[in-house]
Every structure is written in C-alpha cells, then in structure tokens.
Design a protein around this ligand. Structure first.
Ligand code: NAD
Ligand code: UGA
Length: 458
C-alpha cells in the first residue's frame, strides 16, 4: 500500500511510543515507524506486554500496529526510507564533567544527529521532540550541514507537553501544539508540513508557531512553572502544619482567583518524574551560563523546596514514631511518581524508601503498576525490602503506612480491615492527602496529613 507520508521517530520511550501511536491512529494514510537502539524495548513494543503503561495506549497500539505503525531496530533503514524524522531520545541530566548534575546530557541527541547525517540519501525534516536546551537546534543544524551531498535538512522544534498517566488524553486533545521553525522559505515549508500532520485531529487554532528558540525555551519554562506551583504550595503546607491552617482550604481559596487558577495546587510529598527536576536544573545551568546568577538562584529554589518537602516527610515519620524507625515495618502505598503510570523515575517514593532503609526500617512496597520498576530501582540496596501488590497484605503487621502515590484505589480501601491487621499505635502518613483522614482517625489510626493538623490519639 502507498502511504501519503512516511514518518520516523527515533527513540521508542514514554514519548516516542505513545506520540507516534497517536499519529498512526489519527492518520491511517501515513506510515509511522519507531526505531530504538534498545532491542529489548522494541521487542516489548511488538509484544502484548508494552514497555509503557498508559490508560488507553494498548487499544491504540492494537488498532495500528502492523497496519501503519511499526516498531523496529533498523535505524539505518528507517532514516533512509523516511523524510520526516522525529527525534525523541532521552536527554537526562549530565552526571559527569562540566555541568554535572545540572546540564542536559546531549550525547544521545548528538549520536542521533550523526546517524541522520550518515544514513540520509534524500532531504529530511528533522523534528526535535526531546526536551532540549535553547539553541540546541543550532548544533543539530551544524552537524547536519556537514553533509557532503546535495541532501538538505530542515530542523524544527516541536516539544511534547504530554503528562504521564494521561498521555493518550493529552495527545488526543492537546492544549496546544507548538512548532518552532526558521523563518526561511524552506523552514516555513517544513513547518507547514508538520502543521498538516497535526491538523488531522488538532483544531488549527491550537497549533501555534514561533521562532525556533522560543519553542525550545517554552518547553523548559512550562515545566519550570508547573513545578514552581507545586513547590509554592508545598512550602505553604509546611507553614500550615505549624499554624493549624489547612492546605486544602488555602489552595481552594487561592486557586479560585481566576488569575491564579486551581490546577497543580495539590500539596504532596514532592514532585517526581523524569523531567521537572532535570528541566529546571537545565534552566538553572543555562542562566548561569549566560551570567544570570539571580535568575538561576530563583529557579533552583524550586528544586530545593522539593527536596525539603521529601526530607520533611521522613523527619515527621521519625519524630512521631518515637524517634526510631529501626526494625519497624513501614508500608509504602504507591511507588510510581504519580498515579496511572508504572514510571518510577525520580519518584519521591524512591527517596523515601532509601531514607527509611537508612533508618533501618523494614520496608514493604505496594503499587498496582510500578513494582517491576521498583525492583530494578532498589536492586542492590541494603536492607529489608518486600514487594507486595495487594495493599491489604502489604500493610499486615506494619507499624505505619505512607501514602506516596495518588492511586485512586488507595482512596477506596477498607481502612478498618487494614487497621485490624497492623501493630498499634498504627500511623498513616498521607503524602497525597487522598484518604479520609477523619474516618481513619475514628478507626484508631494516628493520622498525619500533608499541610493539615495531625490527628493523634496520644
Ligand atoms: P525514554 O528514556 O523513555 O526514551 C528514550 C529512548 O531513546 C530510549 O528507549 C533509548 O534507548 C532511545 N535512544 C537513545 N539514543 C538513541 C539513538 N541514538 N538511536 C535510537 N534510539 C535511541 O525517554 P522519554 O521519557 O521518552 O523522554 C524522551 C524525551 O522527551 C526527553 O527529552 C524528555 O525530557 C522529553 N519528554 C518526556 C516526557 C515524559 O512524560 N516522559 C514528556 C515530555 C517530554
Ligand atoms: C510533566 C508536565 O505536566 C508535562 O506537561 C510535561 O510534558 C512532562 O512533565 C515532561 O516534560 O516530562 P509529568 O511529569 O508526566 O508531566 O506529570 P505531572 O502531572 O506534571 O506530575 C509531575 C509530578 O508532580 C508528579 O509527581 C505529581 O504527583 C506531582 N504533582 C502534580 C503534585 O505533587 N501536585 C500537583 O498539584 C500536581
């Protein structure tokens, strides 16, 4: 069958897989191929056990895989045969050398650029999907311009704004699609080609365009603003606990101001995920690079407050449980960094688990989707760790429960049944404010919400 467009995505991760599945689903007239250097990941995408858990993803994959969506390890063939190439490789924080712990590690990005250069036999549109420091497109253009034949490349920035756990909904109905391009004739033509892909399902007024640097920077700034809201509310949650104010009431009152808005004001044990911290630190590094130390300090404080919130959670457990957690059995409800995903990257639960193990607690980890990743994350770490998917069995014989992921099922549990199997005094630390605190207190628990007065029987 002849397809209208042949699209490639390099990088079959949390972004590449779902994003391309959505394009294939909405555009049966296009052939979409996703390639990756990791053969195990590609094998998973071609199997029943997808490497990424996202509500609705399986259905879309079933409808498209083998028809107009293909997963492959043939990067060379993919580059040769496709004219529109999305690049969605990982851009983690650098762990070595200059900028270690802050700057983006662009090694995967650069390798991809060189692969595109080496294997291209015809002109291409290359689209940055990964989150990148502002001005990265320039580096991409410089590498691609090393070409020795008449092949030409147009580089576009098209950052992805999906959130994990709601990726399919976000992709199907995005707030906006942002496309940054050069203002040249071919840059604008490339931009129009990309617009025509999204226009298959996204209303035209939500597809916005900008210059390429604004587009790259907007992505990082959007994440920084979102994370800043969480750190702002979390900082106030600490003050609430000192003053008997209630963070949910404060967030409601503040968020009803239409200039502020109600979203992203849920106090928590801290934000996690592979991107917020990485992207803010990248912003901090960029500001430092351009000599803007005050701006860098301002944004770095968002990360500092997030660390403070996680450590505060542990210290609260320690002090309220008689200043020792040694040999106490503590159950973690949730290990994913947020609900509806199995992703555990930078999950606050990982930090909490490690700190509890340092305190020599006996840690039981429960999660409906993230236990596979949790096992990998905690492999080789010393201490008593048990993994148990069933929350009732997980809490049995425990001194305390820490609610760390806002999974809906944790709201609905029979906490009386759980309490009856625990060691008393039994405590519950709600790092997400999702359980019924009054009811749990009435059952007999000592209840420690986030940003609200504690409810204790002592
Ligand atoms: P990921 O680690 O899940 O996936 C990246 C994939 O790229 C991996 O499978 C890796 O093997 C592959 N890869 C690396 N180098 C390669 C190469 N040279 N050739 C082929 N494949 C290669 O990462 P992710 O979560 O999908 O994130 C990708 C990018 O998207 C990052 O820049 C991230 O900041 C950004 N982003 C992520 C999210 C999210 O929700 N996870 C949302 C928006 C943007
Ligand atoms: C975030 C952004 O929301 C996406 O727009 C962006 O594309 C993505 O990062 C990225 O660049 O990777 P994600 O990290 O998947 O998405 O999930 P969020 O819903 O933003 O949650 C991030 C963290 O903040 C989670 O740990 C969540 O539990 C926490 N959070 C969120 C709070 O603690 N309180 C809130 O009110 C909201």
């Amino acid at each position: 069958m002849k397809f209208e467009k042949n699209i490639l995505c390099i990088g079959a991760g949390y972004v590449g897989g779902p994003t391309m599945a959505m394009i294939a689903y909405k555009c049966p007239q296009y052939r979409v191929t996703v390639v990756d250097i990791n053969p195990a990941r590609i094998a998973e995408w071609n199997s029943e056990g997808l490497p990424v858990y996202e509500p609705g993803l399986e259905e879309i994959i079933k409808a498209t895989r083998g028809k107009n969506l293909f997963f492959s390890t043939d990067i060379e063939g993919g580059i040769r045969d496709n004219d529109i190439i999305f690049v969605s490789v990982n851009t983690p924080t650098k762990t070595f050398g200059a900028g270690a712990g802050m700057a983006a590690d662009l090694q995967y990005w650069e390798k991809t650029a060189r692969q595109i250069l080496d294997f291209s036999k015809s002109s291409k549109i290359v689209i940055e999907k990964s989150t990148l420091p502002v001005k990265t497109a320039l580096a991409m253009e410089q590498i691609l311009n090393l070409t020795k034949n008449s092949v030409t490349f147009d580089v576009l920035s098209n950052p992805e704004f999906l959130a994990e756990g709601s990726a399919i909904k976000d992709l199907e109905n995005p707030d906006r699609i942002l496309i940054g391009s050069r203002e040249t004739k071919s840059g604008l033509a490339a931009r129009d080609t990309l617009i025509s892909i999204y226009a298959n399902w996204v209303p035209r007024e939500r597809i916005i365009t900008s210059n390429i640097w604004s587009s790259e920077l907007s992505k990082i700034v959007a994440n920084a603003f979102l994370a800043q809201r969480i750190s702002s509310i979390n900082s106030i949650s600490a003050l609430c606990e000192k003053t008997d104010a209630d963070i949910t009431e404060v967030a409601r009152a503040v968020g009803m101001d239409s200039r502020i808005g109600a979203k992203f004001l849920n106090a928590s044990v801290g934000f996690g995920g592979s991107c917020f911290k990485k992207d803010i630190l990248n912003l901090v590094y960029l500001c430092q690079h351009y000599g803007l130390q005050d701006v860098a300090d301002y944004w770095e404080s968002v990360v500092r407050i997030n660390q403070f919130q996680q450590e505060r959670f542990i210290l609260n457990m320690l002090t309220t449980m008689f200043n020792t957690l040694a040999d106490k059995k503590i159950c973690l409800f949730g290990f994913a960094f947020k609900a509806n995903t199995g992703d555990t990257r930078e999950s606050p639960a990982l930090y909490i688990a490690k700190r509890l193990l340092e305190e020599k607690a006996d840690v039981v980890i429960s999660d409906p989707k993230a236990l596979k990743n949790a096992r990998v994350d905690l492999a080789g770490i010393k201490g008593k760790i048990t993994f148990e998917e069933d929350p009732y069995r997980a809490a049995t014989g425990c001194h305390a429960i820490a609610v760390l992921t806002e999974w809906d099922e944790y709201r609905k549990l029979d906490y009386k049944k759980i309490y009856d199997t625990m060691i008393t005094p039994a405590s519950i630390f709600d790092g997400r404010n999702i359980i019924d605190h009054k009811r749990c207190f009435a059952i007999g628990f000592n209840v420690y919400p986030t940003g609200k007065p504690a409810m204790t029987h002592a």
